[in-house]
Design a protein around this ligand. Structure first.
Ligand SMILES: [Zn+2]
Length: 297
């Protein structure tokens, strides 16, 4: 048996960047009963990040439980961090559940993220929002922005940029000097989870806008742990995501393509190293196909 944090791993993908990665462990669940922490987060693996130095840290997402967030805070405190700021990548539960641990600190999010959280707050807190567990208390952002916000963290320039990819409220972190993109769920390895099937064509256009950043390295919230630990993905992850989302967007017009094996769909991007093959995503892909066809009627 393992405890709540028994599979939590701490990576340092780049100097001054920490990743707390949990899940993507065969057979491991927190709870045998249906719950959102296992399904969609720990099942495929999830990382939250911090940029830290000089006694301060920018925490990018607060992980799936307050226990995870407490570990993040403790690991940063052990490195001398006393000043925390939080940025939320988007409003989905697996990215905001631990925010209460940083309730004494600024919590920054896009205007849309703040609105989504406020609208769903009661349901998220009372547990009526989908499967359990509830997030109680849900901490709302204390500062919002739209488009772009620039901040300095330990001498690094960090730009918070909004995108409409995966969810309409996404915030990514762009470090222009390092050419590093912390992508939240806008990019996922080996393929994106479709939460807003009606938005796929917008997502493709937004991925083109994102690719203009020309990142050298990308750290997604959900992806191969070995690749994340080793410094992340290349810009090919954006192109691979655009190809996959574009394929899904075309699917309603050519529904016979739905039976295309996922391995065939991703073969080129896997061979090129843009994404890493992962059997766990066969199920995610099947759900995506079903969601896209259903949304198209
Ligand atoms: Zn997520």
């Amino acid at each position: 048996m393992t405890g709540l944090l028994g599979h939590l791993r701490l990576f340092e993908p780049l100097p001054g960047i920490l990743a707390w990665y949990d899940g993507r462990v065969p057979g491991y669940r927190l709870d045998p009963a249906p719950n959102w922490v296992d399904e969609g987060a720990l099942s495929v693996g999830i990382a939250a990040y911090a940029i830290w130095g000089d006694g301060e840290a920018l925490v990018y997402d607060t992980h799936v439980t307050t226990a995870h967030a407490e570990r993040m805070r403790a690991d940063l405190a052990a490195r001398g961090v006393t000043r925390f700021r939080v940025v939320l990548s988007h409003w989905h539960r697996d990215h905001v559940a631990g925010t209460a641990v940083f309730a004494d600190s600024p919590v920054i999010a896009s205007v849309r993220t703040a609105a989504h959280l406020a609208r769903h707050r009661a349901a998220l807190e009372d547990g009526s929002f989908g499967t359990p567990p509830a997030i109680r208390p849900l901490i709302l952002p204390t500062a919002t922005f739209d488009g772009e916000m620039r901040i300095a963290v330990a001498g690094r320039e960090v730009r918070l940029l909004t995108f409409d990819i995966h969810s309409d409220d996404a915030t990514v972190l762009w470090l222009p000097r390092e050419r590093l993109l912390l992508a939240g769920d806008t990019l996922e390895d080996p393929l994106t989870y479709v939460a807003e099937p009606e938005g796929l064509r917008r997502h493709v256009a937004e991925l083109a806008r994102m690719s203009a950043l020309c990142p050298d390295r990308i750290l997604p919230a959900h992806g191969d742990p070995g690749r994340i630990a080793a410094g992340g993905f290349g810009a090919g992850l954006i192109a691979a995501t655009a190809r996959y989302v574009g394929w899904l967007a075309e699917l309603p017009g050519q529904p016979a393509r739905a039976s295309t094996p996922l391995a065939a769909l991703l073969a080129g991007d896997i061979a090129a190293g843009h994404v890493v093959a992962c059997d766990l995503y066969d199920e995610v892909h099947a759900e995506n196909v079903a969601a896209v066809l259903q949304a198209a009627g």
